[in-house]
Design a protein around this ligand. Sequence first.
Ligand SMILES: [Zn+2]
Length: 207
Amino acid sequence: MIHLPQLPENHCPICLWPVPTAEICGACLKKPPAFTRTIAALRYSFPIDALIHSFKYQANLAIAPILADLLIKKLTTTAMRPDVIIPMPLHPIRLRERGFNQAMEISRYISKHMGIMILPDSCSRIKHTLPQTGLPWKDRQKNIRKAFSCKIDLSGKHVAVVDDVMTTGATLNELAKTLRQQGAAEISNWVVARTLSEIHQTGPYMV
Ligand SMILES: [Zn+2]
């Protein structure tokens, strides 16, 4: 069996940042994100980063079920049953470049396996942002502001947002804010991998 990079056992339940006591981290206490919690299958490092890279940038779609399975394995250890799944939307320009939405591909398998409905076109990305990679967290927040539009009524719903990678959480937080505006009561981020290499400054979700 190959070794896959695990997240530290004790972490913040909201953002997954390592916390020895497994309590809510300082940053989430100071500025609570719009999402309720995050579940990630693995830590974003080798070989999972290479796998995700190949999936996204070489359109290696056969990797989607592998990533979905890793996440499903993690999800089955929790008793959570969100009402709906919303894949992280891609801007139409990015979608055209890539040819597919990686979050949608992963969501498809999770939805089928867990019997939870996907709402694929309920939310859209209305702002074509610069790639977040390489931007400091403060600029990421600015870059992503007002990036999403949702038209569906989510009153009282528990929404699972599926994405491939969570870095600072700025994009997930911005989508979660939009989902809250539509009435979502609970938002769980379901991501394949979480990066932990970035400096976690206080208030990464600050707007
Ligand atoms: Zn946190």
